[in-house]
Write a protein that binds this ligand. Structure first.
Ligand SMILES: O=C(O)[C@H](O)[C@@H](O)[C@H](O)[C@H](O)COP(=O)(O)O
Length: 297
């Protein structure tokens, strides 16, 4: 099998390596000529077998993914397939499937989890689309997923959009889990009762109810820098948590943990919180309670 791969950043480049290691020929295209196998998207398409091409798209969600799908629609022919493996919003998938269907080109959406570790461990895959197209692309999914039973690292989650919907929910869970471990870490470190915070969390990684890969990664970070002194408390988000909360509101599903974890990230970027200044001002107004001067005031 010979496939195309668009986007050779951290994720795409590792996926190219993993696919090649599994015996799949890959022609990769990236805007950066230093990492690209070919000079243009058209050259990549020309290198693949027409009418049964599979092109995996691994570029940032939103306008960039949309631009690549539009360009591919003009280059591919009936029988070819595009797989969007980026962290796209699931609502974009229907539009992309329709655009490509106008050219007879199939479409699958694939939620991909595993980060930079996926090269070695394989990627958890959640796929949306029709069964025949999923089946045609199965060698690609089998090469990317972790070894072992397929159903433990791959799911055909439903029709187009289901893969990215599943990945969105997965990431909402990821936010909540990370926040819980982080709060536990802070609480352990807050008093001198537990004298080995990293060791305690490490001991939780085997046998306990809260053992997990995320916990192992936190222990790894603490072993490198026990007080996390080298990194700031600013936490970004790339959209999946917001979409999860949007969807929860849409479906009237209570998600207090995930939304608190999302809002904690927003709070992490504030430095001084206007809302908490207002609370301090109100306590002073109604109760004459003391406030503290702002930094530099
Ligand atoms: O499952 C995964 O491999 C991760 O979720 C991965 O997809 C990525 O690291 C997140 O999208 C980051 O998301 P935030 O920027 O929203 O934390």
């Amino acid at each position: 099998m010979h496939i195309g791969l668009v986007g050779l950043g951290k994720m795409g480049a590792n996926m190219r390596t993993r696919l090649r290691a599994a015996g799949i020929e890959v022609t990769g295209y990236d805007r950066d000529p230093a990492v690209s196998d070919v000079a243009s998207l058209a050259d990549m398409v020309a290198a693949l077998p027409a009418g049964s091409r599979i092109v995996w798209v691994m570029v940032p969600a939103g306008a960039i993914t949309h631009g690549v799908v539009e360009e591919l629609a003009g280059l591919l022919v009936a029988g070819d397939v595009v797989i969007d493996g980026g962290n796209s919003h699931f609502a974009d998938d229907a539009a992309h499937a329709e655009l490509l269907a106008g050219h007879g080109v199939g479409y699958l959406d694939a939620g991909v989890s595993g980060g930079v570790w996926g090269l070695e461990n394989g990627y958890g895959l959640m796929v949306g689309g029709d069964a025949a197209t999923v089946e045609a692309a199965m060698p690609v999914f089998d090469a990317l997923r972790p070894p072992g039973p397929r159903e433990e690292g791959f799911v055909h989650a439903g029709a187009v959009g289901a893969g990215h919907y599943a990945k969105m929910v997965h990431n909402g869970i990821e936010y909540g889990l990370m926040q819980a471990y982080a709060e536990g870490y802070e609480l352990l470190a807050a008093k001198d009762v537990v004298t080995d915070v990293t060791g305690t969390m490490k001991a939780w990684t085997r046998g306990t109810v809260v053992r997990s890969w995320l916990l192992e990664l936190l222990v790894r970070a603490l072993e490198d820098d026990p007080e996390l002194a080298e990194i700031s408390d600013w936490v970004e988000d790339s959209g999946e948590g917001r979409w999860t909360v949007d969807e929860a509101i849409e479906s009237a599903v209570p998600v207090p943990v995930i939304s608190a974890a999302l809002f904690a990230r927003f709070a992490s970027r504030q430095g001084a919180s206007p809302a908490m200044k207002a609370v301090a001002a109100l306590r002073q107004q109604f109760g004459g309670h003391a406030t503290k001067p702002a930094d530099g005031a």
